[in-house]
Design a protein around this ligand. Structure first.
Ligand code: NAP
Ligand code: MG
Length: 501
């Protein structure tokens, strides 16, 4: 299989989009980078080049921030009526829906993931979320405040709050769900009246750039959305220190998140951090294994485990251990591995050589520390970045594979005896993004859910996300929320107004 063969089966619009080098969206225009530099975006199924993309760096970020600043300070976006902003956002959602198959093809080609799942999950949730956020501009309101002012008893006051957009927002996103992350960032920023400079991950710039085309067609004023592909240490870093950027919204690793928080501190930016995870899936002794075993498999193997809230630590009680291990191994061994453009393939390549080496390194480290490989453990094929769905059994809290985020199709199974201890075991991590418990006993749910320190707890499911459900982390998984009404909070200031009669 070659990339040319992969591309030959795609729609004409997709082929056309990748037939020539892609530019960056700056102030409503498609332009080359100031330096003239380009970088390759690769097909993870083959490691071959799909197309070249303009490589933005500090100078392009400066130009984009100036455009976003102008669109915010003097431009029509925050000043536009809320109904007009809603219409614009609805047009974007409609255009995404009309072009959903193209977005899914580009996502599958650039990231490697399954095209049918991309269409049904990534793209659909992205569309739904822009539409959900399009409903908000007319509903963002302040409050009337019953002022007392004890030291001015004879005066009359009217007090109220205004909710105002934070300003120019720099948004930096990862490669695991490129369109979805793009919509999670654009939706609340635009609904609040902010203007945006977005930097997609260097591994997967194509769908963000296609979204840029749709933003232009939807009729957003120039400079409201700028999309600058490029590397994190150049373009991304320039955004995080730029004095004219009011807020940084970042999704990515905890390691890079810490660098960004420090960089943004100098200009005291408002910061939202959606970071890494090492999420527990906890099977309780009374669980229905017909649900829990496939559920635990999908919790880790969905999107090749490249999911921030993947169920990467699986806790299994003594009484069910052998049955769960056997069932999970059967599920892993039965998954068809191959290129994401064939919807039959449920395990697709990892995104890059770097990610492939990283995940294979962790599997070796697990072996060396005494974990038992009961499924997978190896590479598949000699081309592309395919890793078998892997189960490491008999792991314990001290192993590197249990402590660190692997971000691949690798689950670490830990055995436990005492149900009263299980929340403590689950919390034994620096992360706190997601968790699932598998049980038929409502008493267990009531007892254990409050003890788990994470932003989401699922019961008898995992990785379920919905546009109305706030998503974000506790502990070193970050702060602030994406999705749900709460996502708006990160993009709004509160102004108190006090009028004396
Ligand atoms: P990453 O390496 O942290 O990169 C994320 C983004 O940050 C990329 O666009 C990257 O650019 C950029 N970047 C890198 N260094 C930077 C710097 N010094 N200054 C500014 N920007 C910089 O993460 P990733 O490998 O793409 O994604 C995987 C991670 O994301 C995992 O840890 C996962 O858990 C996390 N994640 C979290 C959530 C959530 O909602 N909590 C969702 C999805 C993923 P380049 O890559 O282009 O250089
Ligand atoms: Mg790529």
């Amino acid at each position: 299989m070659t990339t040319a063969e992969n591309i030959s089966n795609l729609s004409d619009t997709t082929k056309d989009f990748i037939s020539s080098p892609r530019k960056m969206l700056l102030n409503g225009q498609w332009v080359t980078s100031a330096s003239g530099k380009m970088f390759d975006t690769l097909d993870p199924a083959t490691g071959e080049v799909i197309v070249q993309v303009a490589e933005g760096d500090k100078e392009d970020i400066d130009r984009a921030v100036a455009a976003a600043r102008k669109a915010f300070d003097d431009g029509p976006w925050p000043a536009m009526t809320s109904t007009a902003r809603e219409r614009c956002m609805h047009r974007l959602a409609d255009l995404m829906e009309e072009n959903a198959d193209i977005l899914a093809e580009l996502e599958a080609l650039d990231n490697g993931k399954n095209v049918a799942i991309a269409r049904a999950v990534d793209i659909q949730v992205a569309i739904d979320f822009i539409r959900y956020m399009a409903g908000w501009p007319t509903k963002i309101t302040g409050n009337v405040l019953p002022l007392s002012v004890p030291y001015a008893p004879d005066a009359k006051f009217l007090g109220y709050t205004l909710r105002e957009p934070v300003g120019v927002v720099g948004q930096i996103i990862p490669w695991n769900f490129p369109v979805l992350m793009c919509s999670w960032k654009l939706g609340p920023a635009l609904a609040s009246g902010c203007t945006v400079v977005l930097k997609p991950a260097e591994e997967t710039p194509l769908t963000a750039l296609y979204m840029g085309e749709l933003v232009c067609q939807a009729g957003f004023p120039d400079g409201v959305v700028n999309i600058i592909p490029g590397y994190g240490h150049t373009a991304g870093a320039a955004l995080t220190v730029h004095p004219e950027v009011d807020k940084i919204s970042f999704t990515g690793s905890t390691e890079v998140g810490k660098i960004i928080v420090k960089a943004a501190a100098d200009t005291m930016k408002n910061v939202t951090m959606e970071l890494g995870g090492k999420s527990p899936a906890i099977i309780l002794p009374d669980a229905d294994l017909e649900v829990a075993i496939p559920g635990a498999a999908s919790a880790i193997f969905f999107n090749q485990g490249q999911v921030c809230c993947a169920g990467s630590r699986l806790f299994v009680p003594d009484n069910l251990y052998d049955e769960v291990i056997a069932g999970l191994a059967e599920a892993a061994d039965g998954m068809k591995i191959g290129c994401g453009l064939d919807p039959e393939n449920m395990i697709n390549p990892l995104v890059s050589q770097i990610q492939f080496d990283r995940v294979m390194g962790y599997i070796e480290s697990g072996r060396a520390e005494g974990a038992e490989v009961v499924a997978g453990g190896g590479r598949r094929g000699d081309k592309g970045y395919f890793v078998e769905p892997t189960i490491l059994a008999n792991t314990n809290r001290d192993m590197k594979v249990v402590r660190e985020e692997i971000f691949g199709p690798v689950v670490c199974v830990q055995r436990y005896q005492d149900i009263d201890e299980v929340a403590k075991l689950a919390n034994d991590t620096v992360y706190g993004l997601g968790a699932s418990i598998w049980t038929r006993d409502v008493g267990n749910i009531i007892n254990i859910v409050p003890k788990i320190r994470s932003g989401t707890v699922w019961v008898n499911c995992h990785n379920i996300l919905d546009v109305v459900m706030p998503f974000g982390g506790y502990k070193q998984s970050g702060f602030g929320k994406d999705m749900g009404q709460q996502a708006l909070e990160g993009y709004l200031e509160t102004k108190s107004v006090c009028i004396m009669a």
